[in-house]
Design a protein around this ligand. Structure first.
Ligand SMILES: [Zn+2]
Length: 50
């Protein structure tokens, strides 16, 4: 099964891997938005790595 990784550019750290099967791009974008609203990654640049 294919996985996509969320990566925070500002922190230089992985935010975890997400199964493509369960997380379509829209769901991943929701996860990114959620992280960008958190204290740890406020307004950080978070990208999807395949
Ligand atoms: Zn960050």
């Amino acid at each position: 099964m294919a996985f996509k990784e969320l990566y925070c550019v500002d922190c230089g750290e992985s935010l975890g891997e997400y199964s493509e099967y369960y997380f379509h791009d829209e769901a991943l974008n929701n996860v990114i938005t959620f992280n960008q609203q958190s204290r740890a990654h406020k307004r950080h640049d978070i990208v999807i790595r395949i």
